[in-house]
Design a protein around this ligand. Structure first.
Ligand SMILES: NC(=O)C1=CN([C@@H]2O[C@H](COP(=O)(O)OP(=O)(O)OC[C@H]3O[C@@H](n4cnc5c(N)ncnc54)[C@H](OP(=O)(O)O)[C@@H]3O)[C@@H](O)[C@H]2O)C=CC1
Ligand SMILES: CC(=O)N[C@@H](CCC(=O)OP(=O)(O)O)C(=O)O
Length: 346
């Protein structure tokens, strides 16, 4: 059994994680934490998130930043489901104890500190851990994840975008020096649980935001190895992301070559479901992935003009955060690939 604790367990991704760890046949949830002065301190998680009433009875323990090493006591793995800046403050104190850390924030997704000043609004003070962190895109980085001490679980939009574009990029099917265009919509849970004007029910509309300066643009570009134009939208539904991506194909690319690239990339990777195999003629949707750990991908190309449109859908809280963190933990500790299956190996 892999013994785990979760910091930030009262939040949307933290609560999903607590449920997944609790259900995992080879994990045990030892403790869950919130900040020192949290309004939810000492509340049982199932009382706060009533889907889990009577099932998740651990209390949310307040944790001071100076005492963060306590969260590593008696466990093999600590999940950080905290804001970027909080994760950057907490991770080093955990890592120094030797424990493995899966961080759901953007705090360690880049290999240099510069993007934090430009896109995150703070100066990163642990560049040594940026060098050591492994990007946890589970279907692509398993070899590195399998021996990492610090895994930076990808952002939600980057997960949907990278899983759709990497098979084409890696197979050399994208036209050189062109820029894929990613338009994506997310449910409001993507903004986290804390109240703000942005996620207030009466304020939420279907609108673009972060145009040409969202922090996921450099994350996608870095881990794809190509520039992208990324425009997120906020949708008036609770959870899920659909990314609709337009790209230009290299000269002479055939439909068979595209299918082969996706088949090759995701053979034996059951968290990615290919619509051209499983549901031809249909497109991935929020309804198809909400509350599931899957990424659904479909594509259609106009081979005459050389344009391809790819649809990619995930649940932002699961494949975009908590279930991808569990996938990384499964790879790291050699576990079954729950929640995709309790039995099959990854
Ligand atoms: N929501 C999403 O779809 C996705 C989120 N992420 C990332 O995952 C992380 C968590 O996101 P999300 O669950 O939405 O966030 P929430 O705002 O819903 O939850 C944040 C959690 O962190 C706790 N917290 C805040 N400060 C501290 C602290 N100093 N010490 C310990 N706990 C603290 C909060 O509790 P309290 O304030 O009461 O202490 C709460 O439990 C973020 O970095 C986010 O960017 C990644 C992918 C998708
Ligand atoms: C709808 C919404 O607000 N989504 C969030 C992204 C989700 C997320 O938290 O991703 P990170 O881990 O990279 O922060 C946003 O656009 O900031």
């Amino acid at each position: 059994m892999v013994k785990c604790s979760i910091i930030g367990a009262s939040g949307y991704t933290g609560a999903e994680l607590a449920n997944l760890v609790e259900q995992h046949p080879q994990m045990t949830l030892k403790a869950i934490y919130v900040s020192e002065r949290s309004a939810d301190a000492d509340t049982e998680l199932g009382t706060l998130h009533r889907r889990y009433l009577g099932q998740l009875n651990l209390p949310l323990t307040p944790l001071a930043t100076a005492d963060v090493a306590k969260a590593a006591e008696g466990v093999d793995l600590v999940f950080l489901a905290t804001d970027h800046k909080v994760s950057v403050a907490l991770a080093p104190g955990l890592l120094e104890t030797g424990v493995t850390v899966m961080d759901l924030s953007g705090g360690f997704r880049f290999d240099t500190a510069a993007p934090y000043d430009q896109f995150y609004g703070f100066t990163h003070d642990s560049p040594e851990w940026l060098e050591q962190a492994v990007y946890g895109l589970a279907e692509w980085n398993a070899a590195e994840i399998s021996h990492a001490q610090l895994v930076a679980v990808p952002g939600c939009y980057p997960t949907a975008s990278l899983l759709a574009l990497k098979p084409l990029q890696e197979a050399g099917l994208l036209k050189a020096e062109t820029t894929p265009v990613i338009n994506a919509v997310s449910g409001v849970s993507g903004a986290g649980r804390k109240a703000s004007m942005v996620n207030s029910f009466c304020e939420v509309s279907y609108n673009p935001y972060g145009v040409l300066n969202h922090r996921h643009q450099p994350e996608i570009a870095l881990h794809l190895g190509n520039s992208v134009i990324f425009t997120p939208h906020l949708g008036n539904f609770p959870r899920g992301i659909v990314a609709t991506i337009t790209a230009q194909l290299a000269d002479g690319v055939t439909a068979a070559a595209i299918d082969q690239a996706y088949d090759h990339a995701y053979a034996g990777k059951p968290a990615v479901r290919l619509y051209n195999q499983l549901s031809p003629g249909h497109w991935p949707s929020i309804g198809g992935v909400a509350n599931t750990p899957y990424c659904d991908i479909g594509w259609k190309a106009d081979l005459e003009s050389g344009h391809i449109v790819i649809g990619s859908a995930i649940d932002n809280l699961l494949k975009g955060a908590a279930s991808q963190a569990i996938q990384c933990a499964n790879i790291r500790f050699g576990l079954t690939n729950y929640p995709i299956s309790k039995k099959a190996a990854l």
